[in-house]
Ligand binder design. Sequence first.
Ligand code: AMP
Ligand code: ZN
Length: 143
Amino acid sequence: MSDHHHEVACIFCKIVHGSIPAVKVFENEHAVAFLDINPVNKGHVLLVPKAHHASLAELPDDLAAETARLVPRLARAIQAATGADGLNLIINNGQAAGQTVFHSHWHLIPRFLDDAVNWPWPHADYSGDELNQMQFRIERELS
Ligand code: AMP
Ligand code: ZN
């Protein structure tokens, strides 16, 4: 797999290249999926595009598509294998978002109705013009 852009010091590049071990559950030419070593719940899988890109925003569209198309199949397999009631797909991007390994990776976390995982995200409110202003700013960036 030496044709993929990789960084020598990157732990996930090492897993992609097989120079450190990982418990892989799926692999193709674009991506690899392996068990997270410290799972939120058992069966927690990391789906990792093979080429080194630090975060989601840097993934080329084609690689993002090749990675994303594996998600439903992996989600079905994880849910069937663990008996999970649900599943979170989470991608942490940047230190502020909790990213610790700076090779983009997608968490697939099996969830159970009675598990101890809490999602304590606060919810804010928009006031006045803010909602439409935010729409304007994001749409402008996309055009
Ligand atoms: P993040 O905080 O989104 O960057 O997630 C990094 C994840 O990688 C954590 O959930 C770690 O448990 C996991 N992790 C780190 N090193 C390894 C490894 N060698 N094998 C499997 N999972 C790992
Ligand atoms: Zn890497």
